[in-house]
Ligand binder design. Structure first.
Ligand SMILES: Cc1cc2nc3c(=O)[nH]c(=O)nc-3n(C[C@H](O)[C@H](O)[C@H](O)COP(=O)(O)O)c2cc1C
Length: 376
């Protein structure tokens, strides 16, 4: 029953959708990583629901860092972040307690925890736990940016409507990543954004939900990061990304499409540019043998439509063992694609920090010692 992920740097998640607090503990971070409460608040705001395209459960996310940070920098001891749940309506879940919401984790949680699970709002399986994950990930993003590494994600597709791909902008990738970083609806093509919002609103009006695809790019990652076999970049990223509720597919580079390519199309030819090793194309998403090759790391995640919809569905009463109909009440997102994208950024940053610490040592991510001493 592990809730911890990571080797050199680990993150532990705790809490439930309606518990008094949720939180994360980050362990193994170097001393001297800048911790900006503004940056954490900004990242949390990107995850926060807004408008009719999101759930009505809006939380202020009044987070508290209770350990491991002193004078705005990590101390090198565990960082514990707490975020209270302040806007809960537990009664929405009491009437349907025994009914399994199709697509959600009510039935599987009951099977695993024998009825002792906190079922309110999806309990421990709620997307709410991605709030502390984002708060922890914001620190990891800050550590990466100190090393010139940028992570950014956009909605490559939502409700079947495509955005332009990062592949179309690889020369201006960093510009795109900077533009996306503060966006609450991260889409590169403005017209696609308008259509996507209209499609989410339409689904919401019909009591239904939609999904999509998130595309992520990482720039500035040096070549040679990643462990062979089981802790390859792909293995660890996929492991962590699949931990995000509602992620149902992850592909790197051209992913599944590569199965239809010939080798001559799939291979990325090497070249030298200003003395630097590059590849002329990036079908392999910046990863060869599970290890970074210095090109941007590119991957995509499929996000399923939110399971809680407002249409009558067939289900079972898992305590009485009878077939039933379910009509879900409560507050739910008609789409989570726009909210999950910052979660993907944060999870990616946590995994990369872990791999960088394994490759170059934990102190690699802290600020230089001379700098720290001169600041005191
Ligand atoms: C940020 C976020 C918000 C979510 N909001 C909802 C929601 O309002 N209603 C819902 O049914 N599921 C929501 N989900 C998805 C469920 O948590 C998820 O589908 C469920 O735990 C089952 O896990 P699975 O889809 O990975 O199988 C959300 C997920 C995330 C990441």
């Amino acid at each position: 029953m592990k809730n911890t992920f990571g080797n050199s740097i680990s993150v532990t998640l705790f809490g439930e959708s309606h518990s008094s607090e949720t939180g994360a503990v980050l362990d193994g971070l170097a001393p001297g990583i800048k911790v900006s409460e503004e940056l954490i608040a900004e990242k949390l705001s990107l995850r926060r629901p807004w408008g009719i395209i999101s759930t009505g459960r809006v939380e202020a996310d009044h987070f508290r860092i209770v350990s491991g940070v002193f004078n705005g920098y990590t101390t090198g001891t565990p960082v514990c972040i707490l975020i209270p749940n302040e806007n809960v309506q537990s009664r929405d879940y009491t009437q349907t307690r025994q009914l399994a919401r199709p697509g959600h984790a009510d039935y599987t949680a009951y099977c695993k925890y024998h009825g002792f699970e906190d079922y309110r709002g999806g309990g421990h399986f709620s997307g709410r736990l991605t709030a502390p994950l984002v708060a922890a990930g914001a620190i990891a993003l800050s550590a990466l940016s100190g090393r010139g590494i940028l992570v950014g994600t956009h909605m490559a597709r939502c409700a079947g409507i495509p955005d332009r791909s990062f592949a179309d902008s690889e020369k201006d990738l960093e510009k795109d990543l900077k533009k996306l970083s503060g966006s609450r609806f991260a889409v590169l093509d403005e017209e696609a954004a308008v259509q996507m919002r209209a499609a989410i609103e339409q689904a919401a009006g019909e009591g239904d939900s939609v999904g999509g695809i998130l595309e992520t790019a990482v720039t500035g990652l040096p070549a040679g990061v990643g462990e062979p076999w089981f802790d390859s970049i792909e293995s660890l990223l996929a492991h962590a990304l699949f931990s995000i509720p509602a992620i149902k597919g992850v592909e790197f580079g051209d992913g599944f499409a590569m199965s239809d390519f010939r080798g001559s199309q799939a291979n990325d030819s090497f070249a030298l540019q200003g003395g630097e090793v590059i590849t002329k194309t990036n079908h392999n998403g910046g990863i060869n043998g599970g290890i970074s090759n210095g090109m941007p790391v590119l991957f995509r995640c499929a996000v399923k439509p939110t399971p809680s919809i407002y249409k009558e569905q067939d289900t079972i009463d898992f305590i009485d063992h009878t077939e039933k109909k379910i009509l879900i009440r409560g507050r739910h997102d008609p789409s989570i694609v726009h909210r999950v994208r910052v979660v993907v950024d944060c999870v990616t940053a946590l995994v990369l920090c872990d791999l960088l610490a394994q490759r170059f040592g934990t102190d690699y991510l802290g600020e230089k010692q001379e700098q720290r001493i001169s600041e005191r």
